[in-house]
Design a protein around this ligand. Sequence first.
Ligand code: IPE
Ligand code: IPE
Ligand code: MG
Length: 266
Amino acid sequence: MTTFVPKAAVPQPQGKGIISFSHTNVPRHIAIIMDGNGRWANAHGLPRSAGHQAGETALMDTIAGAIEAGVTHLSVYAFSTENWKRSPSEVRFLMGYSREVLRRRRDELNKWGVRIRWSGRTPRLWRSVIKELQEAEALTRHNREFTLVMCVNYGGRAELADAMERIGERIEAGELKAKAITEQTIARHLYIPDLPEVDLLIRTSGEQRISNFLLWQCAYSELMYVPEPWPEFDRHTLWRCIENYGARDRRFGGAVDTVATATSDT
Ligand code: IPE
Ligand code: IPE
Ligand code: MG
């Protein structure tokens, strides 16, 4: 059982008492598919936009909880390369709201010691959103302990295609030989090359799919699907996931570490 000493700058949960949970190991990098805003809003008789707005509180509480738990990287899926298929009014709302949240929350996040980074594609993304993302990156670039990756206009296939394009350009320029391409070459050409692999991928709202999120980085991540829609997620839900993660046995393709499982071909 670990009792966390709350970090001074990070706000504490309201009325939930001492912060403690048992765990054996905390994932270094957690990725979250923040899903279910629309269904949550619908269930409350509200427009979809109100569901996205309710997700802001969930995000801030989850970031605070991740910092307290000792997670170092949190990647959140805010807008996918496929989300352009939504109605023009929802796309407009999501773009405007992302811009507003970044502007409104960046100082607070900076005080918490959060380094904000953007992962995603430039084409189609509103210029004003890119500007807010870049300003948040510049403001928080000195923070070292915790990184929040905002995945906006992000797609796992788009990221790999963009990496291949840059590798192809280097081959054309004579800087690289096709034969010299390794997994490390590809990793070095991703949007954030120094981002560690994802240890734990959480998706809210009960859907059990990856939906094109961090395809390369999730090769060996533990998958966790929780029933709560994103607006109902908070640090306590996150800590439950971290506890569950601590009980899992990650093998990365290796053998189960016990004699009892030996079979006749050994
Ligand atoms: C996730 O919630 C937010 C985004 C994809 C931007 P949804 O908007 O997908 O909510 P559901 O899945 O329709 O309930
Ligand atoms: C994934 O959710 C994208 C984000 C959370 C930003 P979607 O709601 O877009 O995914 P699908 O369509 O259910 O697979
Ligand atoms: Mg959805």
